[in-house]
Design a protein around this ligand. Structure first.
Ligand SMILES: CC(C)(COP(=O)(O)OP(=O)(O)OC[C@H]1O[C@@H](n2cnc3c(N)ncnc32)[C@H](O)[C@@H]1OP(=O)(O)O)[C@@H](O)C(=O)NCCC(=O)NCCS
Length: 319
């Protein structure tokens, strides 16, 4: 029987500090009403103090430990640690190296990937390939971001959208029907300028976004990649139990659901409470759905993400 990369467990880490929309209205020309109507976001979590030492690897390692505990594995049996992030602790050493040290994955090789908000699906694609090739048996995949460090808090069109957080999954190679069934990734560098975080010595140190362009492309590309992932898994939409999309804006998610013909009960949404946590958003949404019983053994789940690059990824897994 064929080996598949099964998602064994998921863990999360969310900062305690909750910041509601009203906070932004105290110093910017914005309102709770505008933010909810245009984005669906009501609140987000930020690490305590932008100058405090909470690092991306701190959040990432808490989520990772949570996933490792739920999987019931010895961290020393993890072969690879992959961290998807655009807000790393350092350019190097990688955030994945710090996480592997913090969780005791002492025999792993560790590396970061840069695919912004599509990072989790890109990481899933790499983890799947490492397992299917026989190189690895167990992979820890983490999406972790302290996005608040990258924002211009005077830019009302970006700072209201994002939040900090981390999510992690343990994948293991196993015989059987359960596991990753397809991965589809695509990048379009010609659209790189519509969403970017320049290096600090080359322009603004804060995130730049052309919201309208990102919005249009997000709906189009995330819908396309979801269709492709389902098709390459040789499945039909009717077979899919749940869509777990990147949580950027409720209007993007609703438009996708409409194009794909998926009713609301088959789409996971939590953007109202966490905002856009970039590479962490899909595993955080997955954890909520799984922990609350919305996913049962044998269920088919499709993931879809999009981020700066532009990067786009879709994947189907049988749980
Ligand atoms: C940013 C976003 C919410 C803006 O919503 P929109 O409906 O497209 O609004 P527009 O960009 O057309 O702007 C309309 C007006 O609202 C204003 N506006 C922007 N942010 C605002 C805010 N927080 N409060 C009040 N007004 C705001 C704009 O300045 C503009 O004003 P103007 O007409 O005087 O120029 C939306 O474009 C979006 O979500 N884009 C995708 C972003 C995203 O998902 N990024 C990450 C992808 S991984």
């Amino acid at each position: 029987m064929a080996i598949r990369a099964r998602i064994v467990s998921v863990g999360t880490a969310l900062p305690e500090k909750i910041v509601g929309n009203d906070h932004f209205a105290t110093y910017l020309d914005t309102s709770d009403e505008w933010i909810v109507r245009r984005t669906g976001i009501k609140q987000r979590r930020f690490v305590d103090d932008p100058k405090s030492p909470t690092a991306t690897s701190d959040l990432g390692s808490i989520a990772a430990k949570n996933a490792i505990d739920k999987a019931g594995i010895d961290p020393a049996t993890i072969d690879a640690v992959i961290c998807a992030t655009f807000s790393p602790d350092n350019f190097f050493p990688s955030t994945a190296c710090a996480i592997s040290n913090k969780v005791g994955a002492s025999k792993s090789f560790a590396f970061d990937i840069s695919a912004a908000c599509a990072g989790f699906v890109y990481g899933l694609t790499i983890a799947n390939s490492l397992i299917l090739s026989g190189q690895c048996k167990t992979v820890l995949l983490v999406g972790a971001e302290v996005v608040s460090r990258t924002l211009d808090f005077n830019d009302r069109s970006t700072c209201i959208l994002f939040g900090d957080g981390a999510g992690a999954i343990v994948l293991r190679g196993e015989e059987g029907e359960r596991g990753i069934l397809s991965c589809e990734c695509f990048s379009d560098g010609s659209l790189g300028d519509i969403l970017k975080l320049p290096v600090p010595w080359n322009g603004s140190p804060s995130m730049f976004m052309n919201g309208t362009e990102v919005f249009k492309n997000a709906v189009r590309l995330m819908t396309d990649v979801t269709r492709k992932a389902i098709c390459s898994a040789r499945l039909e939409f009717a077979d899919i139990n749940l869509l777990v999309p990147h949580q950027a804006n409720i209007r993007i998610i609703q438009a996708m659901g409409e194009y794909l013909g998926l009713s609301e009960d088959r789409v996971v949404v939590n953007v109202e409470r966490f905002g856009n946590t970039s590479a962490a958003s899909i595993p955080i949404a997955l954890a909520e759905a799984w922990d609350s019983g919305r996913i049962s053994e044998g269920d088919l789940v499709v993931f879809a993400g999009l981020g700066g690059g532009l990067t786009v990824g879709g994947a189907v897994a049988r749980f």
